[in-house]
Ligand binder design. Structure first.
Ligand code: FAD
Length: 391
């Protein structure tokens, strides 16, 4: 059996970025994931603090040619007059956020990981775990076992490690899916993002690096999934155009249509003996607020600091006090971000009269009272470390 200091389970952005940040820790680290990293057709809107994290790893530079910039956002609701415009100029910054296709992000992370000498990549998936007082052992599907002082589960929303550890989570099924695609349009996007709420769910268009290309996130009833994935390109374009309107121009193609089920799953206590969950394994949020990865990267930064401090003091990375310290430091951000992500889609889906009026008043107030808008945009851009509203 091979022994490590740390095992990270997962092959997504959170596992990869955590492993890269820990590259200079004096530890032997194993990254366990089944095969090559997977990436879908979605693009991720990142805020200022996420950008800093990627910059600290020199990944930002590698992604420059693939990164769209968000300088303005228009928020509106179909069939209602209220609209608001959020602009980077409101807070004297050049950009409110950035948009990176997940495929390119994963390519850059994988290239980085392949250069790190303290990492061992193990193409496998855990079958069982054995939690002892001073270590944890993972039995893998490759007929081998590995052990470490701490196992970190970054294995996504359906986390196997979470299941094996019996960690409880709250689940809210939105009974909807996000249809993602890259959309070509007739009009240049001029770095503007759009968030349009409709009766069936929000539609977000995020500007990509190409001036005529948006990343689409269209939330619809789960029963419409097969229809929207299977219909012809022109049918899809017509249906989207009907819901979204022509403010961003005419849609000319939808590339790589993919559906992601929308379920919010949150683990109130993401730790067990010698084990910690992070990323979507701990908190899988509705994408409407563009929060998931931004929140997870804030977690990763705090966790890295705590673990590196332990390494400097020749401490034990799986010490329960350290895991508790991490949870204590992060819990306010978790609670606030979860509440925001969970409530936003429902709030704008509602079309009862009083709510419609107050929603319009809120949008109009934001538009008419510049200090209010500035406060909102500042938060939206994540300058206070949380609550980006990039979509
Ligand atoms: C439509 C959509 C749009 C989004 N937009 C945004 C956005 O704009 N901004 C934002 O911040 N966030 C956004 N998110 C959220 C973001 O995608 C997630 O927060 C992020 O992907 C979480 O990364 P992760 O590494 O924790 O999990 P994942 O990306 O789910 O990766 C999990 C990894 O674990 C691997 N794995 C699975 N099972 C096992 C196993 N048994 N053993 C080992 N490995 C395993 C998988 O292969 C995968 O590589 C969006 C999400 C969706 C669905």
């Amino acid at each position: 059996m091979d022994n490590y200091d740390l095992i990270i389970v997962g092959g997504g952005p959170v596992a990869g970025i955590l492993a890269a940040l820990l590259a200079d820790a004096p530890w032997k680290i194993a990254v366990v994931a089944p095969g090559q990293p997977t990436a879908g057709s979605r693009a991720i809107a990142l805020n200022h603090s996420s950008r800093q994290t990627l910059q600290s790893l020199n990944l930002w530079q590698a992604l420059a040619g693939h990164t769209g910039k968000i300088r303005k956002i228009e928020v509106s609701r179909r069939g209602e007059p209220g609209k608001t415009h959020l602009s980077a100029a409101d807070i004297n910054t050049a950009e409110l956020g950035w948009v990176i296709p997940e495929k390119q992000l994963m390519t850059a992370i994988s290239a980085r990981l392949s250069t790190l000498s303290n990492l061992t990549s193990i193409p496998a998936t855990p079958l069982s775990i054995d939690q002892q007082e001073n270590s944890i052992t993972l039995e893998l599907d490759t007929a081998t076992s590995i052990s470490a002082r701490l196992a970190i589960g970054a294995d996504g929303a359906a986390s196997k490690l979470r299941q094996l550890a019996g960690l409880k989570f709250n689940e809210h099924d939105f009974h909807s899916v996000a249809i993602c695609a890259s959309m070509t349009v007739t009009q240049p996007h001029q770095n503007q993002a759009w968030e349009r709420f409709t009766n069936s769910g929000p539609i977000a268009l995020l500007p990509l690096a190409d001036s005529h290309l948006y990343s689409l996130v269209w939330c619809v009833d789960a029963r419409d999934t097969d229809d929207l994935l299977g219909c012809s390109n022109s049918d899809f374009l017509n249906r989207l155009q009907q819901q979204f309107g022509y403010a961003a121009g005419r849609f000319t193609a939808a590339i790589d249509r993919t559906a992601y089920p929308l379920v919010q799953r949150t683990c109130q206590r993401p730790t067990a003996d010698r084990l910690l969950l992070i990323g979507s394994a701990a908190r899988h949020l509705h994408p409407v607020g563009g929060q998931g990865l931004n929140l997870a990267l804030r977690d990763v930064v705090v966790l890295t600091e705590i673990l590196k401090q332990a390494a400097r003091e020749v401490g034990d990375p799986g010490n329960p006090l350290l895991l508790q310290q991490y949870c204590d430091q992060r819990k306010v951000d978790w609670r606030t971000t979860e509440r925001f992500s969970g409530q936003l889609p429902g709030l704008f889906a509602e079309h009862r009269q009083p709510l419609t009026l107050s929603r319009n008043l809120a949008l109009t107030a934001l538009e008419l009272i510049p200090p209010l808008r500035r406060a909102f945009v500042r938060r939206a851009a994540g300058q206070f470390g949380f609550r980006p509203l990039n979509r």
